[in-house]
Design a binder for this molecule. Sequence first.
Ligand code: PLP
Length: 470
Amino acid sequence: MRNNNNEANKQRITMMSSSAMPSDDGSSSSMKALWMPFTPNKLFKSSNRPRMLSGAKGMYYWTSENKRILDGTAGLWCSNAGHCPDYIVDATQRQLATLDFGPSFLFGHDKAFEYATRLVDEIAPPKGDLDRVFFTMCGSTSVDTAMKIALAYHAAGGNAAKFRFVGRERGYHGVGFGGMSVGGIPNNRKQYANCLLPGVDHLKSTYHRDRHAYTRGQPSWGAHLADELQTMVATHGASTIAAVIMEPVPGSTGVLPPPLGYLNRIREICTRHDILLIFDEVITGFGRLGKGTGSEYFNVAPDLITCAKGLTNAMIPAGAVFTKGYVYDALMSTTPHGVPAIELFHGYTYSCHPVAMAAGLATLDYYRDHNLFDRATAISPHFEESLHSLKGLPHVIDIRNLGLMGAVELESIPGCVGQRGYELMERCFEDGVMVRQTADTIALSPPLIVSNEEVDIIVDTLAKNLRLIE
Ligand code: PLP
């Protein structure tokens, strides 16, 4: 059966091309042109069964062979309301036919102002005064924007010597040069190592398997790790540090919930030394932890928040940076009133894109009308219980969870890091479930509309295939 499908698939891919000559990487020429992001291209293109998606609705994808795939990852941590909800699709299509594009430099349109206001009122943490929004295009551009705002803010206050950034090991902040520099994933940095930003330090990761393995939710050990920031301040001088950036829960490197009290301590140290705190909430925003932001969940207010993904339910690419009012005000005070002087030399052609704004507004309605953030909170105890039932299965060395984020970590095959995780991801897909693989960790982040039964299907599929992989 499997071989027949392989043949059918090969034929289909071959038919997609006008010439079926294999390219030098072994792929058919129909696949030659596309350079796939964050994908082992040669492996994917030479596979007998490349994972090709052609449709989506609710909790499911459909492959080009019309096979139904249960989405255990909300796409890439982003389709929080599930796929193609009619309400958001309609609003997006209406906008496309009304105002397809409008320049956001020197011109405005209603939906951008309305959306920024609603984000402040409905998503920004209730305490914290994060009441200004700058729109970007994605998570990476949100991070680079936040870093530029931090530098510009300090310069506006006469503190241009504050140029250093502090990131964290195992942090992911996208792929711009700013985000890469503060990010703490060696593989993402090494090809560009000579050109990363100067003056960046990294805090140690808070994850210690010997102390944390199989913790449900936040570990109790590790708040003191925040004090390393105090040491960095002593080393470099607070007068040189612009900002600390971190994900409240690092997601891409395998869901690492922060030790209880850690984020509060980071906040205190930043406040003491006039260092801006940026929470990168590209994953933790928009209900993943049952609240509008992780900041609200942890009750720790940063000075800036970066977000994307769930902002528009990923239907149209968009990102945003929330800042505190005084950050905005400091920059506004750099120019006199009534003259055409730009206060922040920054922006993207697609900042405030009308279609993204319409998709975002409809997404906010949808989250509210379907109570999706509360739903995430309600379902997370079952998610936790189900996920931790994998303890004791072959290869499993840790399981972590918070809200509707979860991870199962496997022991790596010596010399072949990632092999086991990749095989497990592939097998689950064959069995109709999409999971996310990074190295030998499988991450789960289902859409917030997931049911208990669907959680069990995802976990049972992992269990079955954990017993089958080598
Ligand atoms: N920051 C975090 C925390 C992320 O998880 C991601 C993407 O997963 C990014 C930034 C980059 O977002 P994008 O891929 O939209 O540029």
